[in-house]
Design a protein around this ligand. Structure first.
Ligand SMILES: Nc1nc2c(ncn2[C@@H]2O[C@H](COP(=O)(O)OP(=O)(O)O)[C@@H](O)[C@H]2O)c(=O)[nH]1
Ligand SMILES: [Mg+2]
Length: 288
């Protein structure tokens, strides 16, 4: 098992580097920041960068965590809310491997919109969609003509949400095709393709999936399973590394719980607290 040994060696090397850096860091504020980042799954490289910055800014004691929160909160690009024009509703398509939470996050978004008296239209290009019992009705569509018919029948809508089947990331050519197909489906071609990945995945798995799904040219990333994740800094750091905007953060299985638009404060919370403030578990209400 060469890979396991290599990754174990890399891990113990990283741990040693952290221990060294912690020993060299005597300032209590900086130590606290480093300890938090480490506990929440940040890499040695990131911890190094943050500690250097704190030193440069001479941010000590209680100021260290504020300075760290400021820089970490801005370390990830955030996807701006879609602009809806009178003629075209915003369209989000949720793509990614099977079982990552695509359908769950679509339901959370639809539920949150309905609660605010907005009208989502929920569609699915998954051939098995009709078999799933579903409180938020997903209308199965097959092509652009089909979508046009559904849109005409449905009347005014504020956002079109499209569910897709779990994709094998090995089929690179199919992925590029699906990306184009989804964009072509959207009225005005303004679909946002959101790559959904679980925050609980290991760093190597996340990295692999960002690479594998690159042919889809995703517009943003949704991180799910935050209720199950004890080291969310890892996933947030990998989103930043992939240079993709963060679109949504999600936690919990229910449609009425745990969906956030990321803000710099929430991103900083994930790095420094390991959860979004006030929402340690999945008890949160949908707050946009
Ligand atoms: N704990 C937890 N479970 C989740 C979350 N998102 C999805 N699930 C569960 O994970 C499983 C797969 O989710 P689903 O939305 O069907 O994934 P999909 O195949 O990508 O559409 C289901 O049992 C969901 O209830 C989450 O954020 N937290
Ligand atoms: Mg699904």
């Amino acid at each position: 098992m060469k890979t396991a040994t290599t990754s174990e060696a890399a891990e113990s090397e990283a741990l040693e580097a952290i221990a060294e850096r912690l020993c060299a860091t005597t300032e209590p504020g900086a130590r606290d920041v480093a300890r938090r980042l480490f506990a929440n799954g940040a890499s040695t490289e990131l911890i190094d960068v943050v500690l250097d910055l704190l030193q440069e800014e001479d941010a000590r004691g209680a100021f260290a965590i504020d300075a760290a929160a400021k820089v970490l909160g801005r370390s990830v690009r955030l996807m701006p809310p879609p602009r809806r024009t009178l003629a075209t509703a915003a369209m989000f398509a949720f793509v990614g491997p099977a079982g990552v939470g695509k359908t769950t996050v679509l339901r959370k978004l639809a539920h949150g919109m309905i609660e605010k008296d907005r009208r989502p239209l929920c569609l699915s290009i998954d051939p098995r969609a009709a078999d799933e019992p579903d409180p938020v009705a997903l209308i199965r569509i097959e092509d652009a003509e089909n979508l046009r018919q559904v849109l005409r029948r449905h009347g005014p809508t504020d956002a079109v949400l499209v569910d897709t089947p779990g994709l094998s990331p090995r089929r690179g050519r199919d992925l590029a095709g699906l990306g184009e197909e989804l964009r072509a489906l959207s009225p005005g071609g303004r679909a946002s393709l959101l790559l959904v990945l679980p925050s609980t995945d290991a760093r190597t798995e996340l990295r692999k999936n960002f690479q594998r799904f690159a042919p889809l040219k995703p517009d943003g990333v949704v991180l799910t399973h935050l209720d199950r994740c004890s080291v969310p800094a890892t996933a947030v750091e990998e989103v930043a590394r992939a240079r993709l905007p963060l679109a949504f953060l999600a936690a919990g299985e229910g449609p009425g719980e745990g969906l956030w638009r990321p803000t710099p404060d929430r991103v900083a919370d994930l790095f420094l607290r390991g959860h979004i403030a006030g929402n340690r578990a999945s008890s949160s209400r949908n707050r946009n």
